[in-house]
Design a protein around this ligand. Structure first.
Ligand code: CFN
Ligand code: HCA
Length: 542
C-alpha cells in the first residue's frame, strides 16, 4: 500500500520528550522502529514505570479471568475483596455451550469470599473453607478452584493447604488453589504461567478415556471470546478433525483431564499457554504447532498445516474441500467491502497476541497497520521464536514455581519420530516455532510495548489512523478524538471473528466503523487547541 509514514525517529522523540530523562531512556527501549528483514530487539515484559497510565492488568486477571474463567464446570472462587470478583464477572465475554440445559455451567455466577477488614486482620482461611463448603453443598461440582487476590498474599492465607484439606474431606471434588496475587510478576502474563502450572498439575492426565477419531488434537490458547471457539469447532467438525480439549474456551473438567490423549497441540495464543504446550510435550510426547484462525487466509493455512502434520491424504482432501466451499463466501464479502477500506490505516494495542493476529484481517481489507504493540507479551512474541528459540526470557519466572516435568513412564508416547518431525520442519511446518509480530509489519512502522495512555494520544495525534484497536479503558478517550475504536478484547458485543464466518463478521464491522460519517463531526483536541505537534511532524513525512 502507498502509505506515508512520519519520520519514526522523530515520532519516538515526540513520544518520550516530556518524560523525566530516566523514564524517557527506559521507554525508548520499548518504542522500536520496525525492520522486518533485520528484526530489532525490543524491551518487553518489564515493570511499568509507576505513575504511567498503562493498559495492563494483573496476575489475578491472567490466571482467573483469562485461563480458568472460560471453563464451564469448575466453581471458580475468588478469595479476596468483592471488587476483584465483580470486575472479572462476565466482562471478558467468554461464551460456553453446555450439551444440555441441565449440564453444569457456572460461568454466569460470581463466587467470592467477600473479604473484609476483619479477615485481613485475623486471617481469612476460615472464611475461605466455609465458602468452599457452601459451594460444595449447593452445587456438588466436579471441581472447585481458588484464586488468591493481593491481600491474601499480604496476610499469608494458605489457599493450597485449605484446598487440600477440603479436597480430602469431600473425596469426590477436586479442590485446588492458585497463588495468583495481582502483584506477582509484571502483568497478566505471570497469571497465565501460574494458571498453566496449576491446570497441568491438578487436571491434565487424570482421565485416560480415549475419544473416537483419527485426527485428535487440542486447541490451546483459544478462549471463546464472542463465540470464536464455536466457529473453529464448526470448521474442525466439517473437516473431520476431533477436538479433544480446548484450553479453555467452551471447555470442561472432562476435556482438560484427558487432553493428554490427543496427538497434536495446536496453539492459537502462544503467549498465554506456551507453558502447557511445552509441559505436555515433555510429559506425554505431544508435539505443538502454532496456528492462527484469525483471518480467512490464516484459517486456510492453519487447516493445511494440521492436515500436513497428520499426513493423511483423505484429511488433506477434506480440508481442501472445506476451504473451497468456505472461501467464495468470504471473497464475496471482501469484494464488496475492500474498495471502501483499501488504503486506510490501523493501530493495534492489545494483550499478548491479538495485536499481531488481527493484522491479518486488516491486511485482507487492504488496510495497513502503522503502529502496534502488546500490553504484556515477551520478546519472542515480537521478534519470533526463530530469532529467539528459547522461552526462558521470562522475567515473571522468578515469582513462579518452576515445575520439574519429566516423561511419564506409563503415559508418554512419542507421536512422531525425530525423523518425521525433521521432515515436517523441512516442509515449512513450524513445529515449536513461529514468526513474531515484527516480521509481518512494514519497515519503519512503530512497534511499542506496553504503550502508555500519553503515548497513545500522541500517536493518534500524529498519525490520525482510520481506526484504533484497544480495550474498554481506551475506547471513549480515543473516540472523543474523532477516531473509532474497535475493542479487540471483548469485540464490542460482536463476534465471532475467527474462521471464515468470523472474518466476514469482522470485515462488515470495520467497514461500518471506518466509513461512518459521524467521526468527521467531532473536533479533535489538536484541531481546536492547536497544541499538538501533529502538523509539524506531518511536514517531515518520508
Ligand atoms: S482472550 Fe487472549 S489472546 S489470552 Fe490474552 S494474550 Fe488478554 S483477555 Mo484481553 S483480549 Fe487479549 Fe490475548 Fe491471549 Fe484476551 S490479546 S488482553 S490475557 N488476551
Ligand atoms: C484483563 C481482561 C481483558 C480486559 C479488556 C479491556 C479482557 O486483562 O483483565 O481492557 O477491555 O480481554 O477482558 O484483557
Amino acid at each position: 500500500a502507498n502509505i506515508h509514514f512520519p519520520d519514526p525517529s522523530k515520532v519516538r522523540e515526540e513520544l518520550t520528550q516530556r518524560y523525566p530523562a530516566k523514564v524517557a531512556k527506559k521507554r525508548t527501549k520499548s518504542i522500536i522502529i520496525n525492520d522486518p528483514e533485520t528484526i530489532p530487539e525490543v524491551q518487553a515484559n518489564v515493570r511499568t514505570v509507576p505513575g504511567i497510565i498503562t493498559q495492563r492488568g494483573c496476575s489475578y486477571a491472567g490466571c482467573k479471568g483469562v485461563v480458568l474463567g472460560p471453563t464451564r464446570d469448575i466453581v471458580n472462587i475468588v478469595h479476596g475483596p468483592i471488587g476483584c470478583s465483580f470486575y472479572a464477572w462476565l466482562t471478558r465475554r467468554n461464551q460456553t455451550r453446555p450439551e444440555t440445559p441441565e449440564h453444569e455451567n457456572y460461568i454466569t455466577y460470581c463466587f467470592s469470599t467477600d473479604m473484609q477488614e476483619e479477615n485481613v486482620v485475623f486471617g481469612g482461611e476460615k472464611k475461605l473453607k466455609q465458602a468452599i463448603q457452601e459451594a460444595y453443598d449447593l452445587f456438588h461440582p466436579k471441581s472447585i478452584a481458588i484464586f488468591s487476590t493481593c491481600p491474601v498474599g499480604l496476610i499469608g492465607d494458605d489457599v493450597h493447604v485449605a484446598s487440600k484439606e477440603m479436597r480430602e474431606k469431600f473425596g469426590d471434588c477436586n479442590v485446588f488453589g492458585f497463588s495468583c496475587e495481582g502483584y506477582r510478576g509484571v502483568s497478566q502474563s505471570a497469571g497465565h504461567h501460574i494458571a498453566n502450572n496449576g491446570v497441568f498439575k491438578h487436571m491434565v492426565g487424570r482421565n485416560n478415556t480415549v475419544k473416537e477419531g483419527k485426527f485428535k488434537l487440542n486447541l490451546l490458547g483459544e478462549y471463546n471470546i464472542g463465540g470464536d471457539a464455536f466457529e473453529i469447532e464448526r470448521i474442525f467438525e466439517k473437516a473431520g478433525i476431533t477436538l479433544v480439549a480446548s484450553f479453555s474456551g467452551n471447555s470442561t473438567v472432562g476435556q482438560l483431564e484427558n487432553a493428554h490423549t490427543a496427538d497434536l497441540n495446536v496453539i492459537m495464543c502462544h503467549r498465554s499457554i506456551n507453558y502447557m504446550g511445552e509441559m505436555m510435550e515433555t510429559k506425554y510426547g505431544i508435539p505443538w504447532m502454532k496456528v492462527n484462525f484469525v483471518g480467512a487466509e490464516s484459517t486456510a493455512k492453519s487447516l493445511r498445516k494440521i492436515a500436513e502434520y497428520f499426513g493423511d491424504e483423505e484429511l488433506k482432501a477434506r480440508v481442501e474441500e472445506v476451504i473451497a466451499e468456505e472461501m467464495p463466501k468470504v471473497k464475496a464479502v471482501i469484494d464488496d467491502i475492500r474498495p471502501r477500506t483499501e488504503g486506510k490505516t490501523a493501530m493495534l494495542f492489545v494483550g499478548g497476541s491479538r495485536a499481531h493476529h488481527y493484522q491479518d484481517l486488516f491486511t485482507e481489507l487492504g488496510m495497513t497497520t502503522v503502529a502496534a504493540g502488546y500490553e504484556f507479551a515477551h520478546r519472542d512474541d515480537y521478534e519470533g521464536r526463530h530469532v529467539l528459540p528459547s522461552i526462558k526470557v521470562d522475567a515473571d519466572s522468578k515469582n513462579i514455581e518452576e515445575l520439574k516435568i519429566v516423561a511419564d513412564p506409563e503415559l508418554y508416547q512419542p507421536r512422531k519420530t525425530e525423523a518425521e518431525l525433521e521432515a515436517l520442519k523441512e516442509k515449512g511446518l513450524e513445529i515449536n516455532g513461529y514468526e513474531g509480530m515484527m516480521k509481518q509489519m512494514m519497515k519503519k512502522s512503530l512497534v511499542v510495548d506496553d504503550v502508555s495512555h500519553y503515548e497513545s494520544e500522541k500517536l493518534i495525534e500524529i498519525y490520525k489512523p482510520d481506526i484504533f484497536c484497544a480495550g474498554i479503558k481506551e475506547k471513549y478517550v480515543v473516540q472523543k478524538m474523532g477516531v473509532p475504536l474497535k475493542q479487540l478484547h471483548s469485540y464490542d458485543y460482536g463476534g465471532p471473528y475467527t474462521g471464515f464466518v468470523g472474518a466476514t463478521n469482522f470485515y462488515r464491522d470495520i467497514d461500518r466503523m471506518v466509513n461512518n460519517p459521524v467521526w468527521k463531526l467531532i473536533k479533535a483536541p489538536w484541531e481546536t487547541a492547536g497544541n499538538g505537534k501533529g502538523a509539524e511532524l506531518e511536514a517531515s513525512y518520508v
